[in-house]
Design a protein around this ligand. Structure first.
Ligand SMILES: Cc1cc2nc3c(=O)[nH]c(=O)nc-3n(C[C@H](O)[C@H](O)[C@H](O)COP(=O)(O)O)c2cc1C
Length: 207
């Protein structure tokens, strides 16, 4: 497969120091509002990159479920591969790429587990089959077959789901944001916000 000639010119928008928000959360909200007006179905799907204590990385998609004054919230299994990595190294990055808008956002910070009451509230708000799914899945462990999952579901028939302790949320508390807007001739706009002495320092990066 040769993709050397597969190329797109980016020219839909621009990002400049004159128009950006002084607070990165505000800038994120503006861009998130923009993406909700596109046909992108899962604009809240983000790549989550984690790493082991000795720096071996792994990445996967998870769904952003909330943005609050503390940070960016998602839910998963604490005993999964990512959960184990986060346990030994809480530093992580989330990444959004919105093709229709020619935009990318990366956000770095530390992951903290949400309080159990918060995970409970979200767990019990999910459709009941999703609740059973979370109970059945020992996420990231090797299983013998598809049937193994179906059998586990049957075995739980007529039971009431209870949130497993291994299932819950994290919040990524950001220390760094970077907003990327594609521009013609690969001279893209990149604006970063770095937390320095409790204030956001804004800088432009070379594309
Ligand atoms: C669109 C999409 C959304 C997903 N959302 C989540 C999610 O919110 N939480 C989650 O644990 N896994 C989610 N996954 C599955 C993960 O990508 C991944 O397979 C799983 O979490 C196991 O990852 P790990 O083995 O690195 O821990 C999603 C996958 C896709 C493609």
């Amino acid at each position: 497969m040769d993709l050397h000639h597969h190329r797109t010119n980016y020219n839909k928008s621009e990002l400049s120091e004159d128009i950006i928000q002084q607070a990165p959360f505000d800038q994120f909200m503006i861009w998130f509002k923009d993406v909700q007006d596109t046909s992108i179905r899962e604009a809240n799907a983000m790549t989550l990159a984690t790493a082991t204590a000795d720096g071996k990385p792994s990445a996967r998609i998870v769904l952003l479920k909330e943005v609050n004054e503390r940070g960016f919230v998602f839910y998963t299994n604490y005993a999964s591969r990512k959960g184990k990595e986060i346990e030994e190294n809480p530093q992580a990055q989330i990444l959004f790429f919105w093709d229709d808008l020619e935009r990318q956002i990366r956000i770095e910070g530390r992951l903290e587990k949400l309080p159990t009451e918060v995970s409970d509230t979200y767990f019990y708000s999910r459709p009941i089959e999703s609740q059973f799914g979370a109970i059945i899945s020992q996420q990231s462990s090797v299983i013998p077959s598809r049937e193994y999952l179906e059998e586990k579901r049957k075995a739980l028939k007529n039971t009431t789901p209870k949130r497993p302790e291994s299932w819950g949320g994290y919040v990524l508390v950001p220390e760094y944001f970077e907003f990327w807007q594609g521009r013609p001739s690969r001279l893209h706009d990149r604006i970063s916000y770095r937390l320095v002495d409790d204030a956001w320092k804004i800088e432009r990066l070379s594309p």
